[in-house]
Design a protein around this ligand. Structure first.
Ligand code: ZN
Length: 177
């Protein structure tokens, strides 16, 4: 009898595993979720939730080029990305975790070949850090929730902020409004 039950259970369990996450090995599903979200009920979710994944987990859910830019601080070639000449109304979200990063109302044509914005969608959704690579000091912009590298911010943007957030298209998705 025991064997018979097992025989019936196995296909059902397999089905559940495939339905839950096609890209995560079944052994990870029990007590090792690939996305760890830490919440603080006193704050807004975008402020405190973090998406934490290992290198291997990021490699599984991002394309090679997305991984190179978001996780390895790469830069896409100018005038090659999806959004440098994109003018629809909506919100640009993080390709790593979906957090809303930039709104179309702050986008401007910088002539650089990268999508450029004079302000983030919400100042709590991006973080700035010092980047000393390539022999010059630059301010790096990354997603506050998953830490993904987005691009750099410069002080030669238009009014009202004077900032130019120079962002890789591949670091973002777009939600039309
Ligand atoms: Zn993110």
């Amino acid at each position: 009898m025991q064997n018979k039950h097992l025989f019936l259970l196995l296909p059902a369990m397999l089905g559940i595993c495939i339905w839950t996450c096609s890209s995560t090995p079944a052994s990870d599903l029990t007590n090792n979720p690939s996305i760890q979200v830490m919440s603080n009920s006193n704050s807004t979710p975008s402020d405190t939730d973090k998406v934490v994944k290992s290198k291997e987990e990021w490699a599984k859910c991002l394309t090679t080029e997305e991984y190179r830019v978001l996780r390895d601080h790469g830069t896409e070639r100018a005038f090659t990305g999806e959004f440098w000449d994109h003018h629809d109304k909506g919100v640009y979200t993080c390709a790593g975790c979906g957090l809303e990063l930039f709104g179309s109302e702050t986008k401007f044509d910088s002539g650089t070949g990268w999508p450029s914005y004079f302000a983030p969608y919400d100042k709590n959704n991006v973080e700035i850090s010092r980047d000393n690579s390539l022999g010059m000091l630059r301010e790096e912009v990354h997603c506050r929730r998953c830490g993904g590298h987005l691009g750099h911010v410069f002080d030669d943007g238009p009014r009202p902020t004077g900032k130019r957030y120079c962002i890789n298209s591949i670091s973002m998705d777009f939600k039309k409004k």
